[in-house]
Write a protein that binds this ligand. Structure first.
Ligand code: SF4
Length: 122
């Protein structure tokens, strides 16, 4: 155990939609009884890629005592995406371009690095 950054889930705000499960490549987040949970804290690296996809703002990063991030175990648990993720603008997938989660008009979407400048500069 050491003090480090780790995902915090506000159960009051969580609707159990499951959108945060896929972005968590390490497989640390699962839906249990209709709520997202960090089931194995050693698999959460605290990078926060899941934060921006949450439509209700239930996810945040906190700094607290937690098991050390286990890189090997996380790699072992890394799972392929449950569904294909594509850029909302051009449709390219993560196999061809880096994708970044964005919030647009209340929706959680993915945008590729090619289309991101268009979003920023119009
Ligand atoms: S994306 Fe947000 S609301 Fe949906 S399951 Fe994850 S924490 Fe809950």
């Amino acid at each position: 155990m050491l003090k480090r950054k780790i995902v915090k889930i506000d159960e009051e705000k969580c609707t159990g939609c499951g959108l945060c499960v896929t972005p968590c490549a390490e497989g640390a987040i699962e839906i249990v009884d209709g709520k997202a949970k960090v089931l194995r804290e050693e698999l959460c690296d605290g990078a926060g890629f899941c934060l921006s996809v949450c439509p209700t703002g239930a996810l945040s990063i906190e700094e607290r005592e937690a098991p050390t991030f286990d890189k090997k175990a996380a790699a072992k648990h890394a799972k392929p995406a449950a569904h294909e993720i594509n850029c909302f603008s051009c449709g390219q997938g993560e196999d061809t371009r880096a994708l970044i989660p964005v919030r647009i008009k209340g929706e959680s979407l993915w945008v590729c690095t090619h289309c991101l400048p268009k979003l920023i500069h119009g």
